[in-house]
Design a protein around this ligand. Structure first.
Ligand code: DI6
Ligand code: FE
Length: 403
């Protein structure tokens, strides 16, 4: 069989559903043809392959390319000064009242051009790519007006043209109440449902719709209206749920067959059961948990026992998770949430793909999927979770191309 490229003498962590644990293949090969995996598995069982190019991996490990299924990567400005105020004892509420918080990022995002938003996001994207990222979800949510939300989503799309990476944009207009709608949250949700979502859908600018269901965000009733508008426009949903309190957002998300419910520190057993029934993936965000010094752990054991898929993400955002490292995210998930090495690696590959509705295309080393690979200078996969601040990436492959 003809193939474009063959990676030989490799140890594979396939994450393939049919194989136990990480789906390890000790003496494996990966063959790519036209950007897709033609074969991934034991060298001894490979078909006869006529490769245009053979790369000897010299025993290195190959995993699926890493995926970040929850980021707010596109935004203007930063909140480093707020970080100093917090260290000096100011509360989030005091900072918000002083015009800080999401509103300060909204102002900087509105003031930035689309090109400036792209330029500002590129260093954050490059940091993730340097660790083997091949797919990233990018939310809007700092424009909070029709034009600026569209600008943000167009900037997210433009990043896919600027780098060899796959971008899945998510519309998060229901992220916070902009000052122009102070005291009129229902009026703003009208704008989100009647103008923003139709425009986003008409331009094909998003693959899903998200919302922030929280006391400082939007109510379950307002979230339900956003979900109904998303459904009317054929867009799947996901939700920032139970981050700071239990508004039963995860159960609402599950009612709409959500791809994922994210954060989940305050998730209860009813929410777990609803997610399990709906097949909704839990996206856990240890960077936000760490950065805001949260003390309530998400119910990992309950989610695990109910068979809810567990994904991980950086939640890269300027306010609660200025994090651009999936390797550190995995270490935090193991160290803080007590997730296993296998769960962490699955969380940034197979389960991240599931959370994005892309498991049929990426997330495991299986024939027919995009040939997105990360090649590592490690002796065992646990090193990718164990180390902090060390990047053992040897090479990255995106759609069969050495990137
Ligand atoms: N939850 C969060 O932690 C971020 N957004 C959200 O829905 C906060 C975003 C910010 O503070 O800029
Ligand atoms: Fe978030």
């Amino acid at each position: 069989m003809r193939c474009d490229r063959l990676w030989s003498k490799a140890r594979l962590a396939t994450l393939a559903a049919g194989r136990p644990g990480l789906g390890v293949v000790q003496d494996g090969v990966v063959a790519a043809l036209d950007g897709r995996i033609l074969y991934a598995g034991p060298a001894a069982e490979a078909p006869a392959l006529d490769a245009a190019e053979v790369i000897d991996c010299e025993g290195r490990w190959i995993t699926p390319g890493l995926m970040d299924p929850h980021t707010h990567l596109v935004f203007g400005g930063d909140r480093a000064h707020e970080f100093e105020l917090r260290l000096a004892g100011a509360s989030y509420e005091e900072i918000a009242r002083a015009g800080g918080g999401i509103v300060s990022t909204m102002k900087a995002t509105r003031a930035a051009s689309q090109d400036q938003l792209v330029a500002g996001a590129l260093p954050r994207l490059d940091a993730l790519i340097a660790e083997g990222l091949t797919t990233i979800e990018i939310k809007s949510g700092y424009g909070l007006s029709l034009d600026h939300e569209l600008k943000s989503l167009r900037a997210a799309r433009a990043l896919a043209d600027a780098r060899k990476v796959s971008v899945t944009p998510t519309f998060l207009g229901a992220h916070a109440l902009p000052p122009d709608f102070a005291g009129d949250a229902d009026g703003y949700i009208d704008l989100v449902c009647r103008q923003m979502i139709p425009a986003v859908a008409a331009e094909g600018l998003a693959e899903a719709v998200d919302a922030f269901c929280e006391g400082v965000g939007f109510t379950p009733a307002q979230t339900r209206r956003v979900f109904e508008a998303a459904r009317a426009h054929g867009l799947p949903v996901k939700l920032h749920a139970e981050q700071l309190s239990n508004l039963h957002g995860a159960a609402l998300a599950a009612e709409f067959g959500a791809l994922s419910a994210d954060h989940l520190e305050h998730l209860d057993q009813d929410g777990i059961a609803a997610m399990a029934r709906a097949g909704t993936t839990a996206v856990l965000l240890p960077g936000a948990f760490y950065f805001v010094r949260e003390t309530r752990l998400p119910p990992i054991a309950g989610l695990r026992a109910a068979g809810v898929p567990l994904a991980l993400a950086t939640d890269c955002n300027p306010g609660t998770s200025p994090l651009t490292s999936l390797l550190l995210t995995m270490n935090m998930a193991a160290t803080l949430f007590r997730m296993t090495v296998d769960e962490c690696l699955a969380g940034v590959t197979r389960e991240a793909a599931r959370a994005l509705g892309r498991l049929d295309q990426v997330g495991t080393l299986e024939a027919g999927k995009a040939c997105d690979l990360a090649i590592w200078d490690i002796e065992r996969p646990a090193e990718l979770v164990y180390r902090m601040g060390f990047n053992p990436l040897h090479g990255r492959v995106w759609k069969g191309e050495i990137a």
